[in-house]
Design a protein around this ligand. Structure first.
Ligand SMILES: [Fe+2]
Length: 329
């Protein structure tokens, strides 16, 4: 595995900045290490979105996360989109910026969903070329996130973790590692979640995402609501043992609770992160010490019916770009 040519700081544990919490965040400045914003919500010329963003920037580090780059689409990423993104980067000055391993539309149409890619050599080559160019253009460490998926392509030539690793290494970009997405896709496709965790380039993980999901029995939908489930906490503990002190973010995008609920989740993440770091140090001192990740296995077993099936409605993307709704300051 090649070492990255860039470095990013460990920002600690943060949460995604969402409209219902603007007032709390700006007026009460709760103790949280950093925020992540959806870039598309702030790629505007002015008005309330930028007013709120500037207030948050006064008190917290902010990271940008996008949903509409369409890096795997049939056409190259839109240059006007990239220009507006770079404009926002100059305002926010994020330590890194991320989008997803996906495609989101064609011919100028955005389906507002993160569609999976075929894991082929041809698509690896395409993403490597585009990711390099995007990182050079934006002049900030760039990362792509592994997504949740509900279908696979018969044309795929490699596993998802091989695909993700090869793109990150060859393009010299970062991995935005979503541990909940690993669990969701392991459940939906029947692979070993720990095999995924073990086989990504750990030194390229710039950030970890944690979220809840909705289990419909035969499959899981990545709804980003509810608590992080215990097997995902376990995967996170193992990922930290392998990656070291990586910035971690709680994502909650549907049925958003009070900010205090997210703060409590962030504190739990901090505790689990510390457990992973302690185990990492113990294994560095003695490689025979037990591991949270090595030798572990989890192939989730889908069930016909689930007690968790209620509560999910057909809707839009799990991470909403271009949100027009703004809360009063
Ligand atoms: Fe995520």
């Amino acid at each position: 595995m090649s070492r990255p040519s860039w470095t990013v700081p460990d920002l600690g544990v943060g949460v995604g900045l969402r409209v219902p919490h603007y007032r709390t965040v700006i007026e009460e400045r709760p103790a949280i290490d950093f925020f992540e914003v959806i870039s598309e919500n702030f790629m505007v010329d002015g008005g309330k979105p930028l007013y709120h963003l500037d207030r948050v920037l006064e008190s917290y580090p902010v990271i940008q996360h996008g949903v509409s780059l369409n890096i795997g689409g049939p056409e190259p990423p839109n240059q006007a989109y990239l220009q507006r993104l770079k404009h926002l980067v100059r305002r926010v000055r994020p330590a890194w910026l991320s989008d997803h391993f996906c495609w989101t539309g064609t011919s100028g149409n955005n389906v507002h969903d993160l569609l999976p890619l075929p894991y082929t050599r041809q698509v690896v080559d395409l993403l490597v070329e585009r990711a390099k160019r995007i990182q050079d253009y934006l002049e900030v460490p760039f990362a792509l996130e592994n997504t949740s998926s509900y279908m696979a392509y018969s044309s795929s030539e490699m596993s998802e973790w091989q695909f993700v690793s090869e793109v990150c290494e060859r393009a010299d970009i970062g991995l935005m590692f979503d541990v909940n997405n690993v669990y969701v896709s392991a459940y939906n496709h029947g692979f070993d979640a720990y095999e995924f965790i073990r086989n990504v380039p750990h030194e390229r993980v710039v950030q970890i995402h944690l979220a809840g999901h909705t289990n419909l029995g035969k499959y899981i939908i990545d709804t980003h609501n509810g608590n992080v489930i215990e097997p995902v906490w376990d995967l996170y503990r193992g990922a930290i043992e392998l990656c070291g002190p990586v910035s971690t973010l709680i994502e909650w995008d549907d049925e958003i609770p009070e900010f205090a609920v997210l703060q409590a989740l962030a504190e739990r993440a901090r505790g689990v992160r510390n457990q992973g770091l302690e185990r990492r140090a113990a294994r560095q001192a003695d490689p025979r010490a037990p591991s949270f990740a090595l030798g572990q296995s989890l192939i989730p077993t889908p069930v016909e019916a689930s007690t968790h099936a209620a509560g999910w409605q057909q809707g839009g993307p799990r991470e909403h770009g271009a949100a027009a709704i703004e809360a009063a300051p």
